[in-house]
Unconditional design. Structure first.
Lengths: 570, 185
């Protein structure tokens, strides 16, 4: 059967199980769009190509499948860069397809020509230029395998216009992927394995550091078995949230810069860290010289390049989290963990437990109120997609996730503007799920044009803007470390409710605590997208906080200031 | 200094990926040589990098994550034979020529070009040997030099070979579509 390259692309995507493509057309990708119109693929027209990549990313994070984004050459492709980097840093499987000028024009600075494979080389797992129609099917198949295998990541396929237009014989069965086979590196010798088992079974004060690798591996059941067998308490990375139920007594909560104080103290006092699918990011370790000094370390990690990168470890089990945990399972002995667990309870009791909900209404609306109410109203079952900043940390602290893939957030790159488009992608992936955007007034303004995409696609999500009139997290750093010199952080925003209205979306401003629950309920009951503009306390800060470069136990705690005091025993 | 050997797909852009990776890891490459292997599809690289053992490990592991890199191996701690080749154009007149010829003999180098005012000397060997020859040639006036950079091979039965077999396609795709993890990290 003779097909054009563009038709082959659409046919290949269809055969690979793709149903949604997030994209934006343009000259160099026009043949593909013509073919798309004749295919069964659902194309979602975005308002900016960055939005397309975040949507594909949100789609991938919500399901575990591959998200697909598409753009034209030149500016279309360069607009994808931030979204691709976001996916790379958080190991999100993406296939980005870009149009490219005709192969005979390559290198001639033709209109909208840019070397996008050169630009994205360090921020993709792999990328490739295709200049022959006959190579498209094979390359796209390879892209899907590479994006989703091992440690997942984004793959960019740049297809020249002549390759899209040329007709060639289409033979799916002959277009076999040709990915070079690597040596099986995901192995460790018996000695390494035995060392890990010995460390595990002899530790007195162990802590598990649970990361996104558990979710990516689908290791949730194995992980739970492992925790039950060892009775080792679990600390979560931001991206690990959901891999183990927040409601489980063994789940201590989030670690790191804005982690719970008792979690950070417990890590510092531990004698063994078992890191599973996490990479000892500087935001979770603080100063490496003082990090968990008396602890031995076991690292269970699929990416060999992460071993000993930041923290030297005593045993490295390189491999898929589920496989490694299952291999360990038969060798685990359950020790008496009660002294250590009792000590952690003590640490927790000694900490000021945040219980903002028990405070009487003093006329102030705190972001934590909003997020905690949102948690209660949705019974913790919604998919919450956050932006980056204070609200993101408050979400991690006050919304308790029991299911994997229900918190979607940009961790590694910390990309402002991520929330709204990623939530749209998540909604397409999980149309029956309740999806909430939690974004700040800063980040929301970066990609709010995607409100039009919501309207055009007639989807229903809920949007909560935590509006404090500042670039809050930066303001907080200025408050703590720059003598409150608020340079470039006070922020003018449009009337978000009126803005939503102009798009044909219902919007509402909420200024008092008494109205929070009612507006959340109304938004949930509405069959259409609703935007809620929560005007919260302007100069609230996220506590505790480990200043950048400080030791993990050196946290700035919530000051005893009635305006922001939220500490109370539960 | 760390020495790595890599087998890579012999296609455009691969050298760029390898060099770009070293740049991203802030590792300075001392020398990088690429040459063909017995397979047309595969090229072999020897990379000498200014870094410590930790950096060497990171470079090795990160290199092997590149799809186009078939195998990367840090051979710094292994028994290795390594060679560098240099062409050295040195000033040579009637008076200095005999003395130069003696030195060339001592270093087991060869004269490959003779001109009235200069010689081109070809020498191969370890980096130290070539540096040594250079040292003694310098007083005569080294006019120009070209060096290949190091190539290295592990000794004896310690074989570095790229994997020959390809994974079964159906297997790959089944695994990919079920989003299960396979070993192409």
């Amino acid at each position: 059967m003779k097909l054009t390259g563009a038709e082959i692309l659409c046919e290949s995507l269809t055969r690979l199980g793709v149903r949604h493509i997030f994209g934006y057309p343009g000259g160099a990708i026009l043949p593909v769009y013509d073919a798309l119109g004749k295919s069964k693929l659902h194309h979602i027209l975005v308002r900016h190509e960055q939005g397309a990549t975040h949507m594909a990313d949100g789609y991938a994070r919500a399901t575990g499948g591959v998200g697909v984004a598409m753009a034209t050459s030149g500016p279309g492709a360069t607009n994808m860069v931030t979204g691709i980097a976001t996916a790379m840093l958080d190991s999100s499987p993406l296939v980005c397809i870009t149009g490219q000028v005709s192969s005979k024009l390559l290198g001639s600075d033709a209109f909208q020509e840019i070397d996008i494979t050169g630009i994205t080389m360090p921020i993709t797992k792999h990328n490739v230029v295709v200049s022959k129609a006959g190579d498209i099917a094979r390359t796209v198949r390879e892209a899907f395998i590479i994006a989703s295998s091992g440690r997942p990541g984004p793959v960019l396929v740049d297809i020249t216009k002549d390759a899209q237009q040329a007709s060639t014989e289409f033979d799916w069965d002959a277009s076999l992927p040709q990915i070079p086979l690597k040596r099986a590196r995901n192995h460790f010798d018996q000695a390494e394995f035995d060392r890990a088992v010995d460390l595990l079974n002899s530790a007195k004060r162990p802590i598990i550091l649970a990361g996104r690798g558990i979710i990516l591996s689908g290791a949730m059941k194995s992980f739970e078995r492992f925790v039950r067998a060892t009775e080792i308490p679990v600390a979560m990375t931001l991206l690990g949230i959901g891999c183990f139920p927040a409601s489980d007594p063994m789940n201590l909560g989030m670690m790191g810069m804005h982690g719970e104080a008792w979690v950070n103290h417990a890590i510092q006092e531990s004698d063994l860290l078992i890191a599973v699918g996490m990479r000892f990011d500087d935001r979770v370790t603080g100063d490496l010289r003082t990090y968990a000094k008396s602890a031995r370390k076991i690292h269970i990690e699929i990416d060999r390049a992460e071993i000993n990168k930041n923290v030297p470890v005593d045993a490295a089990l390189v491999g898929d989290a589920r496989e490694v945990l299952d291999k360990l399972q038969p060798f685990l002995v359950q020790p008496d963990r009660s002294p250590w667990l009792a000590h952690i309870r003590e640490l927790k009791g000694g900490s000021a437990v945040r219980d903002i909900q028990s405070l009487p209404d003093n006329g102030h609306l705190y972001a934590a109120h909003v997020i905690n109410d949102l948690w209660k109203e949705t019974r913790g079952e919604a998919i919450v997609v956050t932006d980056v900043g204070q609200h993101q940390m408050w979400e991690a602290q006050y919304y308790h996730h029991n299911q994997p893939r229900t918190l979607i957030t940009s961790g590694g790159l910390g990309t402002m503007g991520f929330a709204l488009p990623a939530a749209i992608g998540a909604k397409f992936a999980k149309p029956d799920s309740e999806v909430w955007v939690v974004a700040g007034d800063g980040g929301f303004q970066m990609t709010m044009s995607e409100l039009a995409t919501i309207v055009q696609e007639k989807i229903k999500i809920n949007i909560a803007i935590i509006n404090n009139g500042y670039l809050g997290m930066v303001r907080q750093w200025q408050e703590f470390f720059y003598d409150k010199r608020y340079v470039a952080t006070p922020l003018v925003a449009p009337d978000f409710a009126a803005l939503a209205n102009s798009f044909g979306i219902r919007g509402e401003r909420v200024t008092s605590r008494a109205d929070v629950v009612a507006t959340i309920r109304a938004a949930r009951e509405s069959s259409e997208t609703v935007l809620l503009d929560f005007r919260v306390e302007q100069e609230d800060s996220v506590y505790p906080m480990v200043p950048a470069g400080a030791s993990l136990h050196e946290m700035i705690r919530r000051p005893n200031n009635p305006l922001v005091e939220t500490a109370a025993e539960p | 200094m760390q020495t790595l050997v890599a087998y890579v797909e012999n296609k455009p852009g691969v050298l760029n990926r390898v060099a770009s990776l070293a740049r991203r890891l802030a590792i300075n490459i001392d020398s990088l040589t690429v040459g063909p292997t017995e397979s047309e599809q595969v090229a072999r690289m020897t990379i000498v990098a200014h870094t410590d053992a930790k950096g060497g490990h990171r470079l090795e592991a990160s290199l092997e994550k590149l799809v186009d890199v078939l195998l990367a191996e840090n051979i710094s701690e292994r028994s290795v034979l390594d060679r560098d080749l240099a062409l050295i154009k040195v000033a040579a007149d009637q008076n200095s020529r005999p003395h130069l010829m003696d030195l060339i003999k001592v270093f087991r180098a060869r004269v490959v070009d003779v001109a009235p005012e200069s010689l081109i000397i070809e020498v191969s060997g370890t980096v130290d040997k070539i540096d040594g020859l250079l040292e003694v040639l310098r007083p005569f006036g080294v006019l120009e030099m070209a060096r290949t950079g190091r190539i290295a091979m592990t000794r004896g039965s310690d074989l570095l070979r790229p994997p020959a077999a390809q994974p079964k396609t159906e297997e790959l795709e089944t695994i990919a579509s079920s989003s299960k993890v396979i070993e192409i990290t």
